[in-house]
Structure formats: structure tokens, C-alpha cells
Design a protein around this ligand. Structure first.
Ligand code: SF4
Ligand code: SF4
Length: 441
């Protein structure tokens, strides 16, 4: 492919602050005494518990089975005993169903899967089923079940697989380190996914600010017939529609899906998880997370088991030098603010970010001055200022007409607005009101 980086229309260039952790190799987090796993870690139907308090489990054992096609199973991060089936703080600020595993310190595998060593000749349906059974979701943040994307309807044939290695969110470097340190796992995952679809073309897209990752992937991908394309640094380059446009020139219609333009998109970490599931026979029970922010003593990247409390991750990063103003799960643009340090790492937790007081906006929202900056940067080409006014007037019907549902909540408009208007919050509110109205109807 071209070495000239491609770019989608719109976007912003926030200070990426990746220097805090981008050169820090991934460290293995030590085994904990207890893990608290949030039961629903995916978009779609909640999984159904298959264990109860008092049961003993091996590492990788099934704790909850998928609750439908758009759902994924949940597996034990270590061997031990189920010591509670209760609720714990969830990332959205409310308590959610959870399972507590108390480790027996043996950390003994009891995974129900056999490795599929000859995956090059394996039946594509068998590979697809393995991805479903391993509980793999979109690990870039979306949490969408990976196997669903591998099962398009017959009238939506896929001709191109794209792997998302953009990692455009400031501060986050988990995918960067994965690409440098486990490039082979990512490439083999891409090759397995290619086999599932019977494809010739697969492209890994990586932003230009990770030259070491691009070089490493290129070296390994070539023999597998997989292309590596550098992308111009531009937030939100990692959003599905923007990535597809930058890598293929195809435009996903508003309200449409990647499959409408023949593409399937998976995150690089999800591809590495596919390799673990197929070649090693291991379900999705761990992931790399960036623990970062100026208040931390030692920001870095760690491989954590799912169910590790955020408080433990902060402890591993040496604790804080100053009291942070905010704790986010994810990056500063799309991350979710947290009230509790007891919230635990999920399959889609890419980062834990502490924001210092001086970086939290001290401004209050003022009226729109019609500067047009939000319109210029919106990657979805909608009208943030006009929609925001409709929401302020509680005209959710008008917001819907103006395509608020196409908003990907990237936060670019809020970032550039000189009047510090809470645009993204307005769009989230409008979407919730529209969804509630539809449900009622
Ligand atoms: S309107 Fe939505 S998609 Fe457009 S810049 Fe704002 S948050 Fe991003
Ligand atoms: S960036 Fe802010 S001030 Fe400028 S047009 Fe958009 S909402 Fe109005």
C-alpha cells in the first residue's frame, strides 16, 4: 500500500501525552487474592451465570454462558472458589451484577478448549465458533461481540478485513505496546480472521506516531499476505467509519454498518485474543491496560486479569504524587469518569487515566458564537451547534432530524468549542431521550 498516510475528513489534534507510557514495556500484574468480574462485559444480551457461591473453578472455566447471539460468555481469570455472586460498582456509576473469585494461588488452567494447531486448514465455522466460545469482544472500547462481526448476512459479503491499530485516543499506549511486543499474535489473528471470511485482503492501520509498531508489523505481516498501512495522526482515526474511509476510500452510509461497504473491522488486541483462543485454546481472561496520567508516580502498561480493581492498578503504578481531579476508564476524549476505585477492569478497558486538577476545565458554558469550529471538525459531517440548540430547547425530534443518532460521541466538537459548550453531553442526552421515546412507542 501507499506509504503516504491517508486521512478522513474532519478531526482534531489534541496533545497526545503518550510519552508518559509509550516506551514502557508491558509488565505482568501479579496474581491477586480476589477478582471481581462484572457479569456483562459486552454490548448486547447479558450472559447467564452457570456457577454459584461455593463452587470451585479452574482458570479459564466458564462462569457465565452467552445470553443470546449478541452476547459473550465469561471465564474465570484464575483457579479458586466463587466466594460471592452479588453486585459491584459498574463503569456507568451504578452497581451491577458481579462474581467474586477468591484465588487458590495454584493458578491452574482448566480451559475447556483444545488448541486448533492446524488452523490454516480448519473449517471456518469451527474458527468462528471458537471466537464466540472464547468470549472475545471489541477490546478497543466498544465491547461488541467479535463473533457477530464474523457472521454477516448472505447479502452483505465481506471482501476486506481491517485491523484497527490507530489508538488515536491521547494517553493510551496499550495497543502500541501490543503491536511492538506481540506483532506475531496480531498478524496470526488477522490470518485466522481472513480464513473465517475466505479473504485475500487484510489491512492493519496504524497511526504515524508509532513507527516502531509499523516497522515490526510490516516485517511479520508480509509472509501472511497482510498489508500494514500508516495513517495520519488525527483524532478520531480509530472510529470504524473513519478508519474504513482512510484505508479503503469507502464511505459507510449514515445509519449503516461496515458490512454495508464490504468491510469487517476488528481491534488489534481482539486479533491477538483470537490467536490465544484458536492456537493456544485460551479464553479471553486478560488484557493490556495503560495506567497513566501526570498524578501517577510510575505510569506504564500492564497485563491484568479481567476483574482486577482499579485501586490495585493504581497501586502498581506507584500511587499518586498529587490528588487527581478525575479518574477515567479509557482516554480523555471518550473515557468514562469514575466515582469508585473499586470498579474493575473489563475486557474493553484500554486505559485507566488520572487527570490532574490543572487540566480540568475551569470554564463555564457560554452561548454559541457561531464560529463554526465544531462543524469543521465533526468527522460525521453533522451540525453540532444546531443540534445542541435543539437539545437545549428540548426539541429531540429536531435533533433526530438533524442526525444526532449518527454522532459517534468522539468529543471533538466539545474539545474545539471556544464557548465550552457541553456538546457531547447534549448529544448523549438526545440519544437517550430518543431511545426512551422509541421504547415507549
Ligand atoms: S457531533 Fe458527535 S461525531 Fe461530531 S464531533 Fe461532536 S461528538 Fe464527534
Ligand atoms: S464551536 Fe461552539 S461556539 Fe463555535 S459554533 Fe460550535 S457550538 Fe458554537
Amino acid at each position: 500500500m501507499s506509504s503516504k498516510p491517508r486521512k478522513f475528513k474532519g478531526g482534531v489534534h489534541p496533545n497526545d501525552s503518550k510519552a508518559l507510557s509509550e516506551t514502557k514495556p508491558v509488565q505482568e500484574a501479579p496474581l491477586l487474592e480476589k477478582y471481581t468480574l462484572i457479569v456483562t462485559q459486552n454490548i448486547g444480551a447479558p450472559p447467564e451465570l452457570v456457577v454459584q457461591k461455593g463452587d470451585t473453578v479452574k482458570k479459564g472455566a466458564l462462569l457465565a454462558k452467552a445470553g443470546g447471539f449478541v452476547s459473550v460468555p465469561l471465564h474465570s481469570p484464575t483457579s479458586g472458589t466463587v466466594t460471592a455472586v452479588d453486585k459491584c460498582p459498574g463503569p456507568a456509576g451504578v452497581r451491577v451484577p458481579a462474581i467474586e473469585i477468591t484465588a487458590d494461588e495454584e493458578d491452574e488452567w482448566g480451559s475447556p478448549f483444545e488448541p486448533i494447531a492446524d488452523w490454516q486448514n480448519a473449517d471456518p465455522d469451527m474458527l468462528r465458533q471458537r471466537v464466540a466460545d472464547a468470549g472475545i469482544v471489541g477490546m478497543g472500547g466498544a465491547g461488541f461481540p467479535a463473533h457477530v462481526k464474523l457472521t454477516p448476512p448472505p447479502d452483505k459479503p465481506i471482501d476486506t478485513l481491517l485491523l484497527n491499530g490507530a489508538e488515536c485516543e491521547p494517553y493510551l499506549t496499550a495497543d502500541h505496546r501490543l503491536m511492538v511486543e506481540q506483532a506475531e499474535d496480531i498478524v496470526r489473528g488477522a490470518a485466522i480472521l481472513k480464513r473465517v471470511f475466505g479473504l485475500e485482503t487484510a489491512i492493519i492501520g496504524v497511526e504515524d506516531n508509532k513507527p516502531d509498531a509499523i516497522a515490526k508489523l510490516k516485517e511479520i505481516a508480509e509472509p501472511y499476505g497482510i498489508q500494514v498501512q500508516n495513517l495520519r495522526v488525527n483524532y478520531p482515526q480509530g472510529a470504524e467509519r473513519q478508519l474504513i474511509y482512510a484505508l479503503t476510500g469507502r464511505e459507510v452510509p449514515i445509519g449503516g454498518l461496515p458490512m454495508d461497504v464490504g468491510c469487517a473491522v476488528q481491534n488489534v488486541a481482539s486479533a491477538a485474543a483470537v490467536t490465544e483462543a484458536v492456537i493456544k485454546g485460551r479464553p479471553s481472561i486478560e488484557r493490556i491496560v495503560t495506567v497513566t496520567g501526570e498524578p501517577l508516580v510510575e505510569p506504564g502498561n500492564w497485563r491484568f486479569r479481567i476483574g482486577t480493581p482499579v485501586s490495585k492498578a493504581i497501586e502498581l503504578a506507584g500511587g499518586v504524587t498529587v490528588q487527581p481531579a478525575k479518574l477515567l476508564l479509557g482516554g480523555p476524549m471518550m473515557g468514562i469518569a469514575q466515582k469508585s476505585l473499586d470498579v474493575t477492569i473489563m475486557k474493553n478497558t484500554s486505559g485507566i487515566l488520572l487527570i490532574p486538577t490543572e487540566q480540568v476545565s475551569q470554564y463555564s458554558s457560554e452561548p454559541c458564537i457561531r464560529c463554526g469550529r465544531c462543524v469543521e471538525c465533526c468527522p460525521m459531517r453533522i451540525l453540532p451547534a444546531t443540534i445542541s440548540q435543539a437539545v437545549e430547547n428540548e426539541r429531540f425530534d429536531l435533533a433526530e432530524e438533524l442526525n444526532v443518532l449518527a454522532c459517534i460521541e468522539c468529543g471533538s466538537c466539545s474539545y474545539v468549542c471556544p464557548s465550552h459548550r457541553p456538546l457531547n453531553q447534549h448529544f448523549k442526552r438526545a440519544k437517550a431521550e430518543i431511545a426512551a421515546k422509541r421504547q415507549k412507542g
